[in-house]
Design a protein around this ligand. Sequence first.
Ligand code: PBG
Length: 332
Amino acid sequence: MQFPEYRARRLRRTETLRSMVREVQLDHRDFILPFFVRHGKNVRNPIASMPGVFQLSIDELLRDLEEPVERGMPAIILFGIPEKKDPVGSEGYSKSGIIQQAVRRVKDTYPDLVVITDVCLCDYTDHGHCGIIRDNDVDNDQTIELLARMAVSHARAGADIVAPSDMMDGRVAAIREALDEAAYEWLPILSYAAKYASAFYGPFRDAAESSPRFGDRRSYQMDPANSDEGIREAALDVNEGADLLMVKPALPYLDVIWRVRNTFDLPLVAYNVSGEFAMIKAAAEKGWIDGDRCMMEALTAIKRAGADLIISYHALEAVRILQGDSPRQRKK
Ligand code: PBG
């Protein structure tokens, strides 16, 4: 069929027609909302590079979960800022660690909310790397033992899904084995399968206070130029027992999302990371773009590329728009 018999514009004439032939529709169930949690009470520290995102103490976190839960959002992912950092990231796998405490309280208050925990040492180590340092680099095999310990301690606190983000080799198998041994054979692993060494994590590292004190993460996170390798990484994680796969970041890696989608049939998560969020916020603040429309377009693109679920700092704002109401008055 071709012009003039075929006219593509016929189905674009009205919003109702457009909505009938829309291929991808965002939904509140598509989103996972990230939170940064730290010790204390009444703590609500703004993060300069992430407007509207805060480091929260547990009491404040519980308050901020009210609206997403009311709106039917299914899940959150938690990142912790410890009291004290050390070379081996002890608080990361301590029973009284910030994440362990937060998970217990959140699950007590909102039992149906799915709580995902990030399993990685970088928030807890004083050098800021994602594992144990030996000879100026992260030692793989020692690190995966600690990650397995961390995953089990999250499970004991009540986590619903554990999400290793460290990019060590063999971590999914090590975590699976440790969880099974501790009788958490039912607990799913969401693997950050293709995670790139990205400059788009900049604002997150302010939020989580997790910048490496020396060097960078290029000896463990992936080279942004590689997508075949992304498929290989995902295949390894599938073999090791991952239940869900993740590609991260999202927008600069839509091709990788698409390839992983078409190669594996596991549920696929995309992480719309802090730098992607900050760019839209900054340009909107300057009045250079329409922030809400750019946000919805970006999230739609991530779903169109093949993501089943999207981790995004925009998630609550997007859901407010999807549910057609203005930001509600928050009860304090
Ligand atoms: C921990 C971790 C990072 C992010 C999620 N988990 C930071 C990093 O790898 O340096 C980044 C998320 C974001 O930028 O929003 N390893």
